[in-house]
Write a protein that binds this ligand. Structure first.
Ligand code: NAD
Ligand code: MG
Length: 499
């Protein structure tokens, strides 16, 4: 493995973890891939390999699913555990994450490229909060009683864990996405095979280690690293009861097709192209600040990124000029540098993808800020400068398609009816935002916009207790809250003949 020296900023704890051998977590043991295959994960600020990771194949997936199935047996420690004890394990895991928070943030920052402060405050803290939220569920999964549903029959319902869950997560918030998946599954009493993204496998491996340390029984949480083919083997495995996936719409469609045919339970959290609408009565300064962080936060690699800005034509130039000035003043840098706000993109592939959208944008729209796809200080890193286009063409590809990078397109509109109609025209429906001081307009647009999350005078708010997911091509099902736990439960009706 051709690794370079790891950056000086890393703590000993982070360095030790990154430099060790990384196997697959199957049935509580760390094992190499059956065929010995590995892949490299890189530091996106310079393209250098930082660790060698086991590349799980179909045989490894099968071993992991068998372990998860055995851990789900009726007489297993997990299935016979009381609900309060299951809750306690989730709390314990949250505490262990808290104890390793700085280490996890550094590992995430190096592996993904994101600013370390963002990793600490957003990824790690939110992951801890999510585990705490879902630790409240095991003891609160009641059924219904129907004493008189049928003559002489007492009816009641039981809500039982779905079974073995295959969970496939992306690289944009690696630890957080893993915890968004495992917390409800474990709270419901399911067992899991988790497949992290190949670009950012490290924090999921550390999460698996902490889960064992917390006392979660072997086989309940298995972690199989690898690429799309590993994910595919998991989706196709006959003994997986449910697939939960976050990632691209293209892969989501493929998974939906396979799961549909096999009649597996499936939840899909997919892409977006989210309209951020500034009404004429808005606090324009706040709207500019919100629009800026809404798109450039996490280098725009956010499924709910505020990637399409819509401003009433009378304010359009003022808003665009203010954003352009901020974008030009923001210089990307490596995630571990303490002042970085915009880190590199996660991979060479994403860099290529986003760069090609910028090229397209130069043809079909007007470039007003950024456009650069490298920085002098780190010529081999996957950097893209905060970029802003304007366009009046709703059919332009940069207006319709998810770019997943620090690229914003701003469009003028005439009236509130006009903007709502245009905002709803795309194929996605993950998020939408409205900036206004008029409550009537806020509520009106909250009703009109076809998206799973609506932000009023903010962008990107997430709550572990409120549903998260998409309309249309942005997904199927919801994570978080009541719907989120429900996605890991089967309902059973029991009829007791009282005659
Ligand atoms: P992807 O959908 O290919 O990968 C996401 C996860 O799915 C990874 O763990 C990957 O290994 C796995 N995977 C890939 N192919 C699979 C298959 N056929 N069956 C099962 N699992 C499979 O996403 P990507 O290629 O990393 O990124 C491409 C685009 O996807 C991005 O540019 C962005 O537009 C979008 N994306 C969206 C999100 C989101 O949060 N909604 C996250 C990441 C990427
Ligand atoms: Mg990496």
């Amino acid at each position: 493995m051709a690794t370079t020296a790891l950056p000086d900023q890393l703590s000993d704890e982070a360095r030790d973890f990154i430099s060790r051998d990384h196997g697959l977590l199957i049935n509580g043991e760390w094992v190499p891939a059956a065929d010995g295959a590995t892949f490299d994960t890189v530091d996106p600020s310079n393209g250098q390999t930082i660790a060698e990771i086991a590349q799980g194949g179909a045989e490894d997936v099968d071993r992991a699913v068998k372990a998860a199935r055995a851990a789900f047996a009726d007489d297993s420690p997990w299935r016979t555990m009381t609900a309060p004890d299951r809750a306690r394990l989730l709390v314990k895991l949250a505490e262990l994450l808290e104890g390793s928070a700085d280490q996890l943030a550094q590992i995430e920052s190096l592996d993904n490229g994101k600013p370390v402060t963002l990793a600490r405050v957003v990824d790690v803290n939110a992951a801890i909060g999510h585990l705490i939220e879902f630790s409240g569920w095991p003891t609160r999964i009641p059924g219904e009683t129907h004493p008189d549903a049928v003559a002489n029959t007492f009816g009641y319902t039981r809500r039982e864990p779905v079974g073995v869950c295959g969970q496939i997560v992306p690289w944009n918030f690696p630890l957080l996405m893993a915890v968004w998946k495992i917390a409800p599954a474990l709270a419901a009493g399911c067992t899991v095979v988790l497949k992290p993204a190949e670009q950012t496998p490290l924090t999921a491996l550390r999460l698996g280690e902490l889960a064992l340390e917390a006392g979660i029984p072997p086989g309940v949480l298995n972690v199989v690293t690898g690429d799309g083919s590993t994910g595919q083997a998991l989706v196709r495995h006959e003994d997986v009861n449910k697939i939960a996936f976050t990632g691209s719409t293209a892969v989501g469609r493929e998974i939906g097709e396979v799961a549909g045919k096999a009649l597996k339970r499936v939840t899909l959290e997919l892409g977006g192209k989210s309209p951020n609408i500034v009404l004429p009565d808005a606090d324009i300064e706040a709207a500019v600040t919100g629009a800026f962080s809404g798109i450039y936060f996490n280098s725009g690699q956010v499924c709910t990124a505020a990637s399409r800005l819509m401003v009433q034509k009378d304010q359009f130039d003022d808003v665009v000029n203010a954003l352009a000035a901020q974008a030009e003043a923001t210089m990307p840098g490596p995630g571990l540098a303490p002042t970085t706000f915009v880190g590199p993109l996660v991979s060479a592939e994403q860099h290529e993808r986003v760069s090609s959208y910028i090229e397209k944008g130069r043809d079909e729209a007007e470039l007003v800020a950024g456009g650069g796809t490298s920085i002098e200080s780190h010529p081999d890193g996957y950097f893209v400068k905060p970029t802003l286009f304007t366009s009046t063409d709703d059919n332009a590809s940069i207006v319709r398609e998810e770019i997943f990078g620090p690229v914003l397109v701003a469009q003028p509109y005439d009236s509130i009816e006009d903007v709502a109609r245009r905002a709803n025209e795309g194929s996605y429906g993950l998020a939408a935002g409205v900036w206004t001081k008029d409550l009537r307009n806020a509520h009106k647009l909250a009703g009109l916009l076809r998206a799973g999350s609506i932000y009023v005078n903010s962008w990107g708010t997430v709550s572990s207790s409120m549903p998260f997911g998409g309309f249309k091509a942005s997904g199927v099902g919801r994570e978080h809250g009541t719907a989120g736990i429900g996605a890991y439960l089967e309902e059973k009706s029991v009829f007791i003949n009282m005659a």
